[in-house]
Design a protein around this ligand. Structure first.
Ligand code: KG4
Ligand code: ZN
Length: 341
C-alpha cells in the first residue's frame, strides 16, 4: 500500500491507565484525539492497579474509539490502517487494546501496525512541529522510563543513557505518596513546589558527571530519610528541593548529550515533560547553547493515541504492517525493532 499524506491512521493506546484513540492524517495532522483517564479509579490505591486498569480499558475502549471517529467527522470506511501500542506496558491492559485494534483492522480489511509506546513518545513533538531537523536528542521521562535517545532519522535511534534504577516520574510518585501530596505524584510535586524553596534542602544529584545514565533511587531514599529525621519540615520545601534535584540532573545530562552528538535541539517526551520547571530549564539551556527546544503540549507529553497513530504511520511507511498473530510485550525495549517486523 502507498503510505502518504492522505493515509489516515486510527491509533489505539491502552498500555497503562489511559484509554485513548485518535485519528491522524499523513503522520502529523491530528484529526481527533480522545483520552479517557482512569486516574480517579486508581487514586484510592495510590498507584495503578493492573487488574482494575484492564477492566476499565475493556469498558472504555469501544466508546473512546467511537468518539474519536465521530469527533473526526469521518466515515470509518475512510480509515486506512489501525495502529496500536503492543508494548511496553501492563500485559492485561495491552491485550485489551491489541485485541480490539486487530479486530477493527480485520473487520475493516485494513493493515494492523504494532507500535512501541516509547517510540510513540518520541513522535509527540513531530505532531506539533513538522520542521524538526535530525539529529535530535530526546529526553524521554515518564513514570516507567527515563532515557536519552539520539534520533538520527525516523526509526533510527541510539540509546545514549537510561536510568539504572527508578524512573524520574517514579521518584516523584513515591515521594508524593510518602508526603501525602496527592495522586498522581508528579503533578502534585509540580504544584506543591510553587510554594516551596528549591534551595531549602540539598538533596544528592547522583552520577552528575558520570556518563549519560541516571539513578534516582538514592535520591528517593535520601528524601524519605530526611523527612523521617526532620518530621516538622514543610512538605512544600521537600517537594521543591526534590524537584530541583531531579531537574538539575535531567537538564545537565540532556544538554551534554545534545553537545556530544551535535544535535539541532532537545525534544521532551513522556509524562514528566509536563513539568513546568523542567520545560523552563530545558528552554533556557537550549537558548544558551543556541539549539532548539521542542516542548510538546501537556496533552501530547502524557499518554495519548495521536502519538501512536503518528508512530504507526511512520512504521507502516518504513516497515509495513505487523502480522495479526503478533502478541503484546510488557517489557519491550525501544530499540527492539525486530519484534515488529
Ligand atoms: O508518560 P506517562 O503519562 O505514563 C507513563 O508511560 O509512565 O507519564 C506519567 C508520569 C507519572 O510518573 C506522573 O507523576 C508524571 O508522569 N507527571 C509529572 C507531571 N505530570 C505527569 N511529573 C512531574 N511534573 C508534572 N507536571
Ligand atoms: Zn507513556
Amino acid at each position: 500500500m502507498t503510505v502518504d499524506e492522505h493515509t489516515l491512521v486510527l491509533g489505539v493506546e491502552t498500555s497503562c491507565d489511559e484509554t485513548a484513540a485518535a485519528l491522524v492524517l499523513g503522520g502529523d495532522d491530528v484529526i481527533s484525539s480522545v483520552v479517557s483517564s482512569q486516574i480517579d479509579l486508581h487514586a484510592e490505591f495510590g498507584g495503578v492497579v493492573p487488574e482494575v486498569a484492564s477492566r476499565a480499558h475493556l469498558e472504555s475502549l469501544n466508546p473512546v474509539v467511537a468518539r474519536a471517529i465521530v469527533e473526526g467527522g469521518i466515515d470509518p470506511s475512510r480509515i486506512d490502517a489501525v495502529a496500536c501500542t503492543i508494548g511496553p506496558g501492563l500485559i492485561g491492559a495491552l491485550l485489551v487494546g491489541v485485541s480490539a485494534a486487530k479486530a477493527l483492522a480485520l473487520a475493516w480489511d485494513v493493515p494492523f501496525v504494532g507500535v512501541n509506546h516509547l517510540e510513540a513518545h518520541l513522535y509527540a513533538a513531530f505532531l506539533e512541529d513538522t520542521n524538526l531537523q535530525f539529529p535530535l536528542v530526546v529526553l524521554l521521562v515518564s513514570g516507567g522510563h527515563t532515557m536519552l535517545v539520539e534520533m538520527r532519522d525516523h526509526g533510527d535511534y541510539r540509546l545514549l543513557g537510561r536510568t539504572i534504577d527508578d524512573a524520574a516520574g517514579e521518584a516523584f510518585d513515591k515521594v508524593a505518596r510518602f508526603l501525602d501530596l496527592g495522586y498522581p505524584g508528579g503533578p502534585a510535586i509540580d504544584r506543591a513546589s510553587d510554594a516551596g524553596d528549591p534551595d531549602a534542602i540539598r538533596f544528592p544529584r547522583a552520577m552528575m558527571d558520570d556518563g549519560l545514565d541516571f539513578s534516582f533511587s538514592g535520591l528517593k531514599t535520601s528524601v524519605l530519610n530526611y523527612v523521617r529525621r526532620e518530621p516538622d519540615v514543610a512538605s512544600v520545601d521537600v517537594a521543591a528541593s526534590l524537584q530541583q534535584a531531579v531537574i538539575d540532573v535531567l537538564v545537565h545530562k540532556a544538554r551534554r548529550a545534545a553537545h556530544e552528538v551535535g544535535a539541532t535541539g532537545i525534544v521532551l517526551g513522556g509524562g514528566v515533560a509536563a513539568n513546568r520547571l523542567l520545560r523552563a530549564e530545558i528552554a533556557a539551556a537550549c537558548a544558551a547553547d543556541g539549539i532548539g527546544a521542542f516542548l510538546p503540549s501537556r496533552e501530547m507529553c502524557t499518554d495519548n493515541a495521536a502519538m501512536i497513530a503518528a508512530a504507526g504511520w511512520h512504521r507502516l511507511r518504513a516497515v509495513g504492517p505487523s502480522p495479526l498473530d503478533i502478541g503484546a510485550f510488557p517489557t519491550m525495549p525501544l530499540l527492539d525493532q525486530a519484534l515488529i517486523r
